[in-house]
Design a protein around this ligand. Structure first.
Ligand code: R5P
Length: 289
């Protein structure tokens, strides 16, 4: 097996390869002055089981073009099998036509992955209306989760935690993590008005006296979901407020906004950032064995 770190997989690809004791190489990616991409492999591909590691953050469109070029090239150069490992996979929230005339982006992206890869492994995909990866991809797919690692992190460092899911969709992370720890949990209600404007409501009073509130969610993007949730938890006099998430996108300076609001934030390393303290490379290498 050869693990190839793509431009947005460098932070984790080598960790995965080390755990598997397999070959590792970096994909060369260059940009022409007109923004066209050029990619080049620096490793043997013929008869190899090639695993491309790419996390889709920042310039997601470039990330997609890059892996399409890489997968097609690997096949042309006679790789035996080409697998995509996506610590963070994008477009999963756009799984239906929310507005008239809108693209169902997820189906289009999934179709591309199906046509270029033999298998795809995704860390904590945001599955909603399509509840399984098998309903999204035609190729072999597998979902991985960081829940046990997030639970272990909380258990070791935070005393008297109450796990808070900020919205109905977060129960897959918040409730599962709470169950692993054996902690109390509560799922709040969220109304999303736009990509930037959310309203979070408490459905039933929670007793947070002498307790640490730990918000657990899969994605933190603008951070507004967490900021709105934290306002409620502050009013309830939580001792400290933590946020533990899988995918720390932290768009528009979200991390600083969260810190300024007094929230202690930690994420996994599916996306590199300053608070990526939970390493998921072991979970990923486990599935590739
Ligand atoms: C959505 O359902 C996700 O689980 C997150 O709650 C959401 O993506 C967070 O977005 P933001 O940080 O922009 O509020």
């Amino acid at each position: 097996m050869t693990i190839v770190s793509c431009s947005h997989g460098k932070h984790i690809g080598s960790l995965i390869a080390r755990k598997l004791k397999s070959k590792h190489s970096y994909l060369h990616v260059d940009k022409f002055p007109d923004n066209e991409l050029s990619i080049r492999f620096d490793c043997k591909l013929k008869n190899q089981n090639v695993v491309l590691v790419q996390s889709f953050y920042g310039n997601i469109s470039d990330c997609i073009i890059e892996i399409m070029f890489a997968a097609k090239t690997a096949h042309e150069l006679e790789a035996k099998k080409v697998t995509l490992v996506a610590p963070y996979f994008p477009y999963l929230r756009q799984d239906k036509r929310f507005h008239k005339g809108e693209a169902v982006s997820l189906n289009i992206i999934a179709g591309l992955i199906d046509s270029y890869f033999d298998a795809v492994f995704v860390m904590d995909p945001h599955l909603h209306r399509k509840s399984r990866l098998e309903n999204i991809f035609k190729i072999k797919s597998k979902k991985l989760t960081a829940n046990p690692l997030m639970a272990e992190y909380i258990k070791k460092r935070i005393q008297n935690p109450v796990i808070i899911g900020p919205d109905e969709e977060s129960y897959k992370w918040a409730r599962d993590v709470a169950e692993i720890i054996g902690a109390e949990s509560r799922i709040l209600k969220k109304k999303r008005h736009s990509a930037y404007h959310v309203e979070v409501k408490l459905n039933k009073k929670i007793d947070l006296k002498n307790k640490n509130a730990v918000i657990v969610d899969d994605i933190v993007s603008t951070g507004n979901t967490i900021l709105e949730t934290a306002k409620i938890l502050k009013k309830l006099r939580a001792k400290k407020i933590y946020c533990i998430c899988v995918h720390g996108i932290f768009a528009n300076d979200a991390l600083n906004k969260l810190k300024k609001a007094g929230i202690n934030v930690v994420s996994t390393n599916t996306i590199p950032n300053k608070v990526a303290k939970i390493d998921v490379s072991g979970e990923i290498s486990g599935i590739l064995k």
